[in-house]
Design a protein around this ligand. Structure first.
Ligand code: MTE
Ligand code: MOS
Length: 765
């Protein structure tokens, strides 16, 4: 099948606006009489609020309002569990909790006045370590709860007792991963404008999930959803990070806007963002694996515990993805997995690219290498013996029979491109000098889209205007991943036009049906199918009109190259001409597309089911050089092979691979939010280190295509799979280079020099 627009590396539709500075981000927007809002945050990670006196702040010149929890109709919100406070009422549960908000005529006045708000605190002891949160005697972080458990998910297959009894070798290992920050370039920004567009409030800004933010604001204000409009256009990166925290910000700005009758803008600086925004869950994991001498894995038992911090946020779903995927892509007859999340008084944790997979992949892929070493089997051979194929039964009991299970192909493509075998042999020899090289790999499977988390549907609107130009909008949001471009390509492909014709409109919650969140790497499949559905409906109406109007007969009309053909040869009419004719004859060329993803299932009781309707497969191979004198690790090269079903925009897929690999490298080597009894010590990029261009290895992206029957043009996911593997691959490469197995991320100098020891308890620090 040859395509005109999809499967091609077309230029991003937002590229020009972005590189010329025309694109307006949240912080760029201004409105008449606009006020600036600032938040006063807690002084302590855990404290009782005994009194708040805003008087001095209210007297400060330029201040128009100071609000606290008592001014809020409904102070609690959340995407899954409604236990997050817009502003702390009786207690603060973590260091980023807001206590009061100020609106003033200038940002400076808002900042100054914030300092004048008097809060009487009673500092309380907090829970900062997982084991304190979990073990008896339990002191609940939230006084209304009996314990600290946010979530407990189970997965059961076969009988692990039986499996371990049959095993000839059993390994038990503990692994841990750290707390990290999304580090999006653009800190959070929101503007709430009252009485605009016939609504109570219009919210603009860096909102990752406009419908969730609408729900939160309407819920907090106790007003109908129809009264709140959220508009999102350009966003400076999110990586899962601009959901609950931005909803809280939007709710605060909305309250101030209603109070003052003026537009209120709130923009976090980096320190505020680091203190308040949720992070990636740190995990503590116990893995037990049993295998035969030949390397057949017979049983795996896993326990993974996540620190949820002060709020539930998305911990229930993050730990659910972990429970499904924790064994990795290996067909194992007996599996028992338990994942947990616990409240603590640490900064709360939520969605971050990978969403519960990078942690378990680090553990599972380290474990596979450890097992290979014990068995004296090559790590690749061990994996090949156990990986999923077509018709494999996954750990949750799902038969993989509705798509191509391409793990072997993905692995082999990566092995060849990285020259893995030759390098593995070479680096296994004794290496003289301080600098030792190693090569290591990691593989994964990943459920596409939300899975059994929630209803998984999306909508798109397309209109053909009377001059033949087109508007397109969808309920899913551009975060930087390239969604506007691929949706334009899909629409243009179906309608046979140049994507230049299409004006991609900002997300407007009042204009497009609720499409859920732009998460779980679901947009290409779910949103792409909605766009395709809208374009197909429109094309049908249009074709019927053209057939009538131009009295075509026989062959189906073909829309291609801006023309409409009735069989080969000369065009019947041009797209533009026909669009004008349709308009003047009263034909509606406007369609809403909808896509509801195929059925899936999950049984919490038995811990089994078909949790996702399809999967993607990936392999990353890292080659490193370790200076055993200094402990410094240089990543030389990462080969990343990913089956994306079909690449709608191959350059975009490669972009996701480059970015995902670099984020994975940061996770593997250097990133860590350092906390001490609930206080965060690295609150800016001078001491929260993320990779820079100097850390950039050679990255070899490999796109594998096995079109999926459920994807638009066969496309699946790429956003998160690219991030989840590099940390694990680097850890395996470092072990080959140095002989030291490091079981905690990040692989920083200290750990490389001293070697591995998983500290018992507490954060891996
Ligand atoms: N790429 C860019 N440039 N910016 C982002 O914020 N978010 C990631 C990933 N890639 C992100 C990104 C995350 S967390 C997800 S879930 C997916 O993109 C979402 O986009 P998709 O559904 O289109 O894959
Ligand atoms: Mo991505 S963590 O699912 O927004």
């Amino acid at each position: 099948m040859s395509y005109c627009q999809v499967n091609k590396s077309l230029t991003r539709v937002d590229a020009y606006a972005k590189v010329t500075g025309q694109a307006k981000f949240g912080a760029d927007l201004t409105f008449p009489d606009m006020l600036y809002g600032k938040v006063l945050r807690s002084k302590y990670p855990h404290a009782r609020i005994k009194g708040i006196n805003p008087e001095k702040a209210l007297e400060y010149p330029g201040v128009e309002a100071v609000l606290t929890a008592k001014d809020i109709p409904n102070n609690l919100f959340g995407v899954i569990i409604h236990n997050q406070q817009v502003l702390a009422e009786r207690e603060t549960y973590y260091i980023g909790d807001g206590i009061a908000v100020v609106a003033a005529r200038t940002r400076e006045a808002a900042e100054q006045a914030r300092e004048l708000i008097e809060v009487e605190y009673e500092e309380l002891p907090g829970i900062y370590r997982l084991e304190e949160a979990r073990d008896e005697p339990v002191k609940p972080v939230h006084p209304e709860m009996a314990d600290n458990q946010v979530a407990h998910h189970t997965l059961r297959k076969g009988d692990v007792k039986l499996g371990f009894a049959e095993a000839e070798i059993i390994l038990e290992r503990e692994y841990s991963t750290q707390l990290i920050e999304h580090a999006y370039l653009e800190p959070e920004a929101v503007i709430a404008v009252p009485a605009q567009h016939s609504t109570l409030l219009t919210i603009y800004g860096s909102v990752q999930n406009p419908y969730a933010t609408r729900r939160a604001v309407a819920g907090v204000l106790q007003v109908p959803l129809a009264q709140i409009k959220v508009i999102q256009d350009h966003l400076g990166g999110s990586f899962g990070g601009k959901d609950e925290n931005v909803s809280a910000m939007a709710a605060r700005a909305a309250l101030l806007a209603l109070k003052t009758g003026k537009a209120v803008k709130m923009v976090n600086d980096r320190v505020e963002s680091m203190l308040e925004s949720y992070k990636r869950h740190p995990y503590q994991m116990k893995y037990k694996v049993g295998a035969s001498k030949e390397g057949k894995i017979l049983a795996m038992e896993i326990k993974a515990e996540a620190d949820s911090g002060a709020y539930a946020c998305q911990t229930p779903f993050v730990t659910w993805r972990s429970v499904v995927q924790a064994t990795g892509p290996y067909e194992i007859p007996h599996v028992k997995t338990d994942t947990y999340g616990f409240y603590t008084n640490n900064v709360y944790t939520g969605a971050m690219r990978g969403y519960g997979s990078p942690q378990v992949i680090f553990a599972q892929e380290s474990l596979l290498d450890e097992l290979a070493r014990e068995l004296k089997i090559d790590p690749v051979e061990l994996r090949l013996q156990n990986i999923y194929h077509n018709n494999s039964i996954t750990a949750s009991g799902q038969r993989l029979d509705n798509h191509q299970v391409s793990l072997k192909e993905v692995l082999e493509r990566a092995l060849t491109a990285s020259e893995y075998k030759a390098k593995y042999r070479e680096y296994s020899q004794r290496q003289p000098g301080e600098k030792k090289r190693g090569i290591g790999l990691a593989i994964s499977y990943r459920g596409c889209s939300l899975g059994a988390e929630a209803i998984d549907a999306a909508a798109a609107n397309i209109a053909i205007l009377n001059d033949g130009s087109i508007t397109l909008s969808c309920g899913l949001a551009e975060n930087g991943q390239g969604l506007k471009t691929i949706f334009s390509q899909i629409a243009a492909e179906i309608l046979g036009v140049d994507p230049e014709r299409i004006n991609y409109l900002p997300v407007d919650t009042s204009a497009v049906p609720d499409s859920g969140a732009t998460v779980a790497s679901r947009s290409t499949m779910v949103g792409g199918n909605a766009v395709k559905n809208a374009a197909e409906k429109l094309k049908k109406t249009f074709a019927d009109f053209v057939a009538r109007e131009y009295e075509t007969t026989g062959a189906e009309l073909v829309f291609r190259d801006e023309q409409i053909y009735n069989g080969p040869g000369k065009a019947v009419t041009s797209f533009s001409e026909a669009a004008a004719a349709a308009f003047y004859q009263g034909v509606l060329l406007n369609a809403t597309g909808w896509y509801l993803s195929p059925d899936i299932s999950w049984d919490e009781e038995t811990g089994s089911g078909n949790p996702y309707f399809t999967y993607v497969y990936g392999c990353q191979i890292a080659e490193v050089e370790v200076d055993i004198g200094t402990g410094e690790i240089s990543v030389l090269r990462i080969t990343a092979a990913h089956d994306v079903g079909r690449a709608i925009n191959p350059a975009g897929v490669r972009g996701q691979i480059y970015g995902g690999v670099m984020m994975g490298l940061g996770y593997g080597l250097m990133e860590e939010v350092e906390t001490e009894d609930g206080y965060i010590s690295n609150t800016n990029f001078d001491d929260y280190l993320i990779p820079t261009i100097k850390d950039l290895p050679e990255i070899i992206p490999i796109i594998v295509e096995n079109p999926d029957p459920n994807g638009p043009f066969g496309a699946k996911s790429i956003g998160e799979p690219t991030l989840e593997l590099a940390g694990a691959a680097i850890a395996n490469a470092v072990c080959q280079a140095t002989g030291k197995r490091i079981r905690s991320l990040p692989l920083n100098l200290e750990r490389v020099l001293i070697g591995s020891s998983l500290r018992k308890g507490g954060r891996s620090k």
